[in-house]
Design a binder for this molecule. Structure first.
Ligand code: GDP
Ligand code: MN
Length: 368
């Protein structure tokens, strides 16, 4: 889960990483009463990158100008995301732009520290054009990241004296933040040099969703829809799409293959839900409730391969929930006969061939 800049900067402050004084507003009229020094920079709070190029970052010299510019940014759509919040920050006179980040290096199973004296631009761009200007340290999980690592990199970047001290302080704090909060990425781009001081002008933090339960105090996922949040409460993985066929399966691989089959036969999934291994009839009832609450669903496709999951449990859940839309079910595996008997007694047809079931689900969506 990716945090907004204002949320990430809040964490930065907690860890003692210097950021500009700022405030979040949702309406332009709130700006004149903020106690900020001008000029200010107005920054669209969206989770997609490249805000600057899209006009989502603008400088304002006076409160009047800030209000006018805020009107143009709030409500703007940046790469499909509507701007609802604006960060108003005291502008910093940037002399140099650096880059610093901790990220998970999956192939090494370690954190990697990356830094460059060519900040401000896309780091992928720097990696392509000036690979020698990116400095990298693979963090030994037993040793950790220490001030000497930071100083080593600072020296290679040409930072000395007070700037080296500040850089070391900042990146060590960034390392603590990354490990304390189970972040997959903690990035400062640019880390600006302004009036001889280092300031984190931008902040990007991506948290590991699998570790969320360890951090109940961290912000809610603003990207998730209400149904996605509801599914999470029941420990079901649910994702919303924009077609008209609701999909339930067990196991991530099977669900992905089900989506492909539906698309192959010309259907468009409305959503998908993975009830996981060993799903109970209770889980199945919740699953049906969630996928069918999505408006615009015209048919339902349930694709279950019973392993630990028992087909009779699944069948009981389906019968109890009585889906109100035309349904195609493919059910094979453990206790298959019993499952089929329960469904057929309730007047629900069952397929064993997943492709036949997929074709049927697509036909049902067209018909209804
Ligand atoms: P991003 O485009 O979404 O990565 O947003 P950033 O916060 O990184 O801002 C993009 C660019 O805008 C920065 O690299 C700076 O060049 C410029 N910028 C942002 N804030 C300030 C500021 O306070 N002062 C100055 N002079 N430039 C800024
Ligand atoms: Mn940036």
């Amino acid at each position: 889960m990716r945090l907004h800049e204002y949320q990430a900067k809040h964490l930065f402050r907690t860890y003692g990483i210097p950021v500009q004084p700022d405030a979040v507003v949702e309406r332009p009229e709130e700006i004149p009463s903020l106690s900020l020094r001008y000029p200010v920079v107005l920054k669209a709070q969206v989770l997609v990158g490249g805000r600057g190029k899209a006009g989502g970052i603008q400088l304002a010299e006076t409160p009047e100008e800030a209000v006018a510019r805020a009107r143009s940014i709030l409500g703007m759509e940046i790469r499909g995301e509507r701007v609802r919040k604006l960060l108003v920050a005291e502008a910093v006179p940037i002399e140099r732009e650096l880059y610093a980040a901790f990220t998970v290096d999956r192939s090494a199973r370690r954190l990697a520290f990356l830094a460059s004296d060519m900040g401000g631009v896309d780091i992928e761009e720097v990696a392509r054009t000036h690979p020698d200007r990116i400095h990298r340290i693979s963090v030994d999980p037993f040793l950790g990241f220490h001030p000497f690592h930071a100083r080593q990199v600072a020296r290679r970047m040409g930072l000395g004296g007070e700037q080296m001290v500040q850089f070391t302080h900042i990146v060590c704090a960034l390392y603590r933040l990354t490990t304390d909060l189970d972040a997959e990425l903690a990035e400062i781009n640019p880390l600006a040099v302004a009036e001889r001081k280092l300031v984190a002008v931008d902040a990007k933090v991506v948290l590991d969703d699998n570790a969320r339960f360890r951090h109940p105090d961290l912000p809610e996922d603003e990207e998730a829809t209400d149904l996605e949040r509801l599914a999470r409460q029941y420990d079901l993985s649910y994702v919303e799409l924009d077609g008209d066929i609701a999909i339930i399966g067990n196991g991530a691989g099977l669900v992905m293959a089900t989506l492909d089959m539906v698309a192959h036969y010309g259907g468009r999934p409305a959503n998908f839900l993975d009830v996981g291994g060993g799903a109970s009839s209770e889980a199945m009832r919740h699953a049906l409730d969630i996928v069918l609450r999505k408006p615009g669903v015209r048919s339902l496709f349930i694709n279950i391969f019973g392993g630990i999951t028992r087909c009779d449990d699944i069948a009981r859940g389906i019968v109890a929930a009585r889906p109100a839309v035309p349904t195609a079910i493919r059910l094979v595996g453990t206790n298959e006969e019993e499952g089929r008997r329960i469904l057929e007694e309730a007047g629900i047809a069952v397929f064993t061939d997943p492709e036949e079931a997929a074709r049927h689900a697509v036909a049902l969506a067209r018909r209804s």
